[in-house]
Design a protein around this ligand. Structure first.
Ligand SMILES: [Zn+2]
Length: 735
């Protein structure tokens, strides 16, 4: 029987359905005015595994997953500064319903690709306004709610158990609600059930208290009640739903019905990406589509999520995703081999050893969804002496929980006649011990997009996976730590031009070609780091590398972030001088001579054309044309490679470029070097599209975050400024 951690009781408990054999389950579903990311998907996967285990145990599971649409959308969007895509869709005359349907379709597609069983009902919030109003009316009638200014609030003091789920009774609770100081509330913890429509609002409904729209929490109470009744078994969501969403749901529902609402509350932990909270502005929000675009099987993400217990935070990296895909391919291959070995065995009865493996597996999954252990048992079983027929039966049985679609692994992969003939010829050559000829034949098969593996005397051929095909095109790295540092190696060139390239292939091309045009016969290499591009930049760079000996490309399999991308290039650079460029710049003359000239002065650490100065560490100005500066902008920044040993590499917490250049210049200054500027360097600055194409609120957020990082490191070091005393800058900082 499945036991699972109940947030309500803080205990791991056996799931005992209210109606034996039938489990009712509600999952807080997607908000359909944005894409669901892989962190959201992880929570839905958790619910899916719970459902699969309960079903494998013979229960019927009735599963509801709501679709949060409209309601507060306008308000939320306005607060967030507006979402370009939504605003554009609205401007085009698309209705909110159409926008919702668009994102819901994507959500369902992502669920399908990750093999999440569809809920039995996906109720839309906007289609259940009467049910919500009915609950609000009941609460108004029994003293659980009150009206103020056309809004209806839940009266937290009418529900003494408020806080029982989140254990948020006192100070923390106030902490959580402080942001919205609403003078109409009797108690700051009270929350909105119904909100009066403000003038001009077009998404609104009639109610006994005038036109308005529902609060967010009431939708889940009302829809859970409609489809699952007043009392049901399991409610799932992400940990960020515990408070206030689920706490408020309990208060509303139990305040309405006068008895317990849900027996088991189950919450999935957060997913981090590259060690950081996913944020659009940090460039580390990944969608299932992003994984698919990069060649991954979405089921590899499903596999990856099984390697971490649902109650633990999971750090998603492309390195771990690659490992997961490899493991998944391995399981499929083994099943393929066992199936062929067991073929023709007829009716099969599981051996006693097989039953022992089975018992171990089910113990693990029943033990609070311990999928990491279940996977370990599966691999151990696959390597055991068990008969292939037993292995086939067990793995397919386990896959009822895993949901990796292993039953779709065929007995024979379809291979074309050319490949088939090549395999036959290769077998004949091997028989004659003509191994080098056989190997050549093998290469031919691989070139046709197939994988050849010899198991004993048999040869298996299967199509390459998308990932194998993509990584065969060019190697890529997932993190800067995978790239060896050559900083201790001697110089090979006079100059390294370094470009950290994102998408915007035209800008990248302009920048690369300009460097090639103006470096002639000089001793130059140009390193371009392809920072996870998907718009054809990678293909262009491969072509440039093939045509020009100077160009060296390093591909990243995803956006690794700005500092990490630049560090990859720095570690691989072999030029005496490194000239770091941005794709928005275009070299229009000889930049090498002035760079070499200025950097011949050992006191100069950084040289470039776009210097900055500051009076207060808060505002940096482009007012210096020539001479010492407080920092250099990364549009073009040159330094000696030999100094990197003492100065160090860039700080990789800067995923976005902004302020990274200033931060890095302060590293040089801290090591005793000057930053020097000469604006006459022959360089043109074009539109910086990475910045121009950001939304206003993202720019603010990014700038603020990166500036915070900078200030934290250097805020108390005004001594590093070119002339701190003359600027009267000595108050407010610790020395
Ligand atoms: Zn909900």
């Amino acid at each position: 029987m499945l036991s699972i951690y109940n947030t309500l009781t803080k205990n791991v408990e056996e799931i005992r359905p209210i109606t034996p054999g039938r489990v009712t389950m509600y999952t807080c579903g997607p908000t359909v005015y944005r894409y669901a990311h892989i962190g959201n998907l992880r929570t839905y996967l958790m619910a899916d595994w719970i459902r699969r285990i309960l079903e494998a145990d013979g229960n019927e599971v009735y599963h509801i997953k709501n679709i949060t649409d409209v309601g507060h959308m306008r308000q939320e969007l306005a607060e967030a500064g507006g979402d370009k895509m939504i605003m554009a869709a609205l401007a085009e005359g698309k209705s909110l319903q159409e926008i919702g349907e668009f994102y819901a379709e994507w959500f369902w597609k992502d669920e399908e690709r990750t093999n999440i069983k569809p809920a039995h009902v996906f109720p839309w919030a906007s289609h259940h306004i009467p049910e919500m109003l009915e609950m609000v009316t009941t609460l108004m009638g029994n003293g659980g709610a009150y009206e103020a200014g056309g809004n209806i609030y839940f009266d937290v003091n009418s529900f003494p158990e408020y806080g029982k789920l989140s254990r948020n009774f006192g100070g923390d609770l106030l902490e959580g609600v402080r942001a919205e100081a609403d003078p109409l509330k009797r108690d700051p913890r009270d929350f909105t059930l119904w909100k009066a429509a403000e003038p001009g609002r077009d998404v609104k409904w009639d109610s006994p208290w005038g036109e308005g729209f529902p609060g967010w929490h009431i939708e889940c109470s009302a829809m859970a009640h409609k489809y699952l009744g007043e009392h049901f078994d399991i409610h799932t969501g992400g940990v960020d739903n515990v408070f206030p969403h689920h706490e408020d749901e309990i208060a509303q529902s139990e305040g309405t019905f006068g008895h317990r609402h849900v027996n088991y509350w189950v919450h999935g932990q957060h997913l981090l990406a590259d060690g950081a909270k996913m944020a659009k502005s940090a460039g580390n929000v990944f969608l299932v589509e992003d994984l698919a675009t990069r060649g991954f099987d979405p089921l590899a993400f499903r596999y990856l999520c099984m390697t971490v217990r649902y109650r633990h935070r999971m750090n998603f990296t492309f390195t771990s995703l690659k490992a997961a895909e490899k493991a998944l391919t391995g399981l499929r291959n083994r099943l393929w081999v066992w199936r062929n070995a067991a073929a023709g065995a007829g009716q099969h009865v599981l051996s006693n050893d097989g039953k022992t493996w089975s018992a171990r597996f089910w113990d693990a999954v029943h033990n609070d969804l311990d999928l990491p252990t279940a996977l370990a048992i599966t691999w151990e079983m696959s390597r055991s002496e068990l008969a292939p027929a037993d292995k086939v039966e067990l793995l397919l049985d386990f896959d009822r929980v895993f949901g990796l679609d292993l039953d779709k692994v065929p007995m024979q992969y379809e291979i074309g006649p050319t490949t088939s003939a090549a395999i036959d010829r290769r077998a004949a050559l091997r028989e004659q011990s003509a191994y080098s000829d056989a190997d050549a034949m093998r290469e031919e098969v691989i070139a046709n997009g197939m994988v050849v593996e010899d198991i004993g005397t048999a040869t298996r051929v299967r199509p390459q996976t998308m990932l194998e095909l993509q990584s065969a095109r060019w190697p890529s790295v997932s993190a800067s730590r995978e790239v060896p540092s050559l900083l201790d190696q001697p110089d090979l060139y006079e100059f390294t031009f370094l470009l950290n390239a994102y998408d915007y292939v035209d800008d990248v091309r302009r920048c690369v070609e300009a460097v090639l045009r103006h470096t002639g016969g000089a001793s130059v290499e140009m390193i371009v780091v392809d920072n996870g591009s998907t718009d054809g930049t990678a293909e262009y760079l491969e072509q440039a590398q093939a045509e020009h000996a100077k160009v060296k490309v390093i591909h990243c399999d995803h956006v690794v972030g700005d500092a990490a991308g630049k560090n990859i290039g720095l570690k691989q650079a072999r030029g005496k001088y490194i000239i770091l460029l941005d794709a928005s710049t275009e070299v229009v003359g000889d930049v090498m001579s002035p760079v070499a000239e200025h950097l011949a002065d050992g006191t100069v650490g950084v040289f470039g054309p776009f210097g900055l100065t500051t009076d207060d560490m808060q505002h940096f100005h482009e007012e210096v044309d020539r001479g010492d500066a407080d920092a250099m902008q990364a549009y073009c920044m040159a330094f000696r490679r030999a100094d990197l040993e003492s100065v160090g590499l860039m700080h990789e917490s800067f995923r976005f470029y902004r302020n990274l250049d200033i931060d890095y210049c302060f590293q040089f200054k801290d090591a005793g070097y000057r930053v020097v500027c000469d604006s006459s360097l022959p360089l043109v600055r074009h539109e910086h599209r990475q910045w121009e194409e950001l939304e206003e609120n993202q720019r603010d957020e990014l700038s603020r975050k990166n500036f915070g990082r900078f200030l934290k490191r250097w805020g108390n070091r005004p001594d590093l400024l070119i002339n701190p005393a003359a600027r009267g800058f000595d108050t407010g900082f610790r020395h």
